[in-house]
Design a protein around this ligand. Structure first.
Ligand SMILES: [Zn+2]
Length: 251
């Protein structure tokens, strides 16, 4: 099983050897370490060099747009190992900041272009910015694929994203009792349109809610989505692994 989005590069993890052993011991054999800043991208690359099971992304999150520098980022991508699987997480966040929409959009578009140049898919962070995200994706398609990570939007928006050929991924938030919308999306989208993640150390799924999350808990996300779709956990994991491998093309 693959955790397609976690932040092993987060400073909350001071015990990475143990975290890695924890997920390997429950059958999670690959994780994608997602980056949200320049320094996190460097650290993700180091972790991918050290641990065979770790793949990674490079990117600047909309919350970190002040440090965005496309040349600096391109240098990192150019010198990356073949375990670099995507550009991300990138996108728009109007929940944390509505004052710098223009800068956020510019950084998002530049990073889509960077991904296209290096033939990589993108990982999208979108919070309270669905309309603008969709507009940018229509005008600047991600030619090698895109995933709306930690999906928490409507079923209608999910269908629009899927109609553009893009994917969704679900975190622990699908397991929360009050997450009616996300559950509805997870029940109603096509088999080939999604995969699973933890976004750890954040968003621990039930029954671990409120604790520091880690990649091994992706199995709880799988159990919940399997229930929602009325399939066995094993079948669901086979499906989402296949989708994740088609998207990230792990080398
Ligand atoms: Zn994340």
């Amino acid at each position: 099983m693959i955790d397609t989005h976690c932040h092993l590069n987060d400073e909350q993890y001071t015990d990475i050897d143990e975290i890695v052993n924890n997920y390997l011991s429950v059958g999670v054999d690959k994780v994608v370490c997602a980056s949200s800043s320049f320094s996190a991208s460097v650290k993700a690359g180091e972790l991918a060099r050290k641990y065979p099971s770790v793949y990674y992304t490079i990117g600047v999150h909309p919350d970190e747009v002040e440090e965005f520098d496309i040349n600096k980022l391109e240098t990192l991508v150019k010198n990356a190992s073949n375990k670099l699987t995507a550009i991300g997480e990138i996108g728009l966040d109007y929940f944390h900041n509505k004052e710098n929409k223009a800068e956020q959009k510019q950084a998002f578009i530049s990073q889509i272009e960077l991904a296209n140049k290096y033939k990589l898919p993108i990982v999208i962070h979108c919070r309270e910015a669905y309309g603008d995200t969709l507009e940018i994706l229509k005008q600047h398609p991600a030619k090698y694929g895109a995933v709306m990570h930690c999906y928490s939007g409507s079923l209608e928006f999910a269908r629009e994203i899927i109609s553009l050929g893009y994917k969704l991924s679900f975190t622990g938030n699908v397991t929360f009792k009050n997450a009616k919308n996300v559950k509805e999306v997870a029940q109603n989208i096509p088999d080939d349109s999604f995969f699973l993640e933890t976004d750890s150390p954040y968003l621990a799924p039930e029954p671990h809610r409120g604790t520091r999350n880690e990649p091994k808990n992706v199995l709880d996300v799988a159990a919940c989505v399997a229930d929602l779709r009325g399939v066995s956990k094993q079948k669901l994991i086979e499906l989402t692994d296949k989708n994740a491998i088609a998207f990230y093309k792990f080398k």
